[in-house]
Design a binder for this molecule. Sequence first.
Ligand code: HAM
Length: 424
Amino acid sequence: MSIQIPRGTQDILPGEVEKWQYVEEVAKTLCYNYQYKEIRTPIFEASELFTRGVGDTTDIVQKEMYMFEDRGGRSLALRPEGTASVVRSFVGNKMFGHPNQPTKLFYSGPMFRYERPQAGRYRQFVQFGVEALGSEDPAIDAEVISLAMGIYKKLGLTQLKLVINSLGDAGSRNAHREALINHFKPRIDEFCGDCQNRLEKNPLRILDCKKDRDHELMSTAPSILDYLNDESKQYFEKVQKHLSGMDVEFTVDPTLVRGLDYYNHTAFEIMSDAEGFGAITTLCGGGRYNGLVEMIGGPETPGIGFAFSIERLLSALEAEGVELPIEQGVECFIVSLGDDAKDYAVKLLHNLRAAGISSEKDYLDRKVKGQFKAADRYEAKYVAVIGDNELQENKINLKDMATGEQEEVSLDQLVDNVKSKLGK
Ligand code: HAM
């Protein structure tokens, strides 16, 4: 019996991979414009990093983490997200000591969550994310949000909805926490076991329970916005003012709480409004996490960031019918006729490639007609045709496949000729 691919994972095949490369390149370029630099961290980390960082009452840690013990008896986890790892690295490498602050980083790589697979939800998915550590200026919040929106817009998405909220500082959150406990406590036995456990530990988590989402107490739960103290209110207003100043449209949704524990102040999500995008409409999520650096053992440092999966981004592009400008064709294909020409084609192909021209030839002993068909399949821009006679005369026939025009070129000139035609 053949071995199946694990549930919730997918192979990204040639043809599709180019789309991944393209969107990642656009995202990276924009990050560099905004002065974010790439960081690469391990795919597995000490489990404790996430139980502490993401929160041990979250679904991600309680139900979705791939944990294992290595041969040395250490408890490790495949990373379910990137923020905790970046913060661990920020602390471990003492990046806070670098004169250039805030520290602005981006990353891209596979994340793992044991979730119920469905459209847009995988057990291995690739997150592209950014983190800005070391500044508590509301302008950084606005920068991070506008960067996320900028990536989507640059790729051609238009049906987007940006939703923001403030979870306030520790004082505001405590006041809200009390209010939530008072709200749910009298009827907590109508809720699932998880919610009952979370009531005292972390009542905010009740609000993103998937099982009890339709319970009437959910819609009447106290809103965090009513519990923001003046400082938190002013902070949130300033973020909104900067966003408006940058013409980034948004709506405030006081029910947006996010599924990770480290957030405070600004929280945001970007959704796709495109018809046919599917049930899960969130493309990107992020927010501020002042306190996380300390929790992971570093000095008091504020932070904010976001992450989105390439999988959901590509689905949104598809739902909106956006065609990515991906060139897959080969620049020059060599068709040969006769044994000597066939041998010569090997060397010629090598020279074309050495000159930076993407090129290919036949390797299956096809007849000339078959070789031309292959050139079509490769979407060749130029086809160089050489037979034994031409070889003796030091000539080669070059066909422009778009116009059908043909010309005879001296063999020594072929590489330069194709190069200049391609504008290289
Ligand atoms: P998150 O909301 O858990 O936040 O995930 C962010 C994004 O990752 C989602 O909006 C979605 O695009 C993608 N995603 C999550 N789970 C899956 C899945 N099972 N399949 C496909 N895509 C998925 C975080 O991970 C935070 N670390 C974001 C952040 C960075 N906050 C501050 N900095």
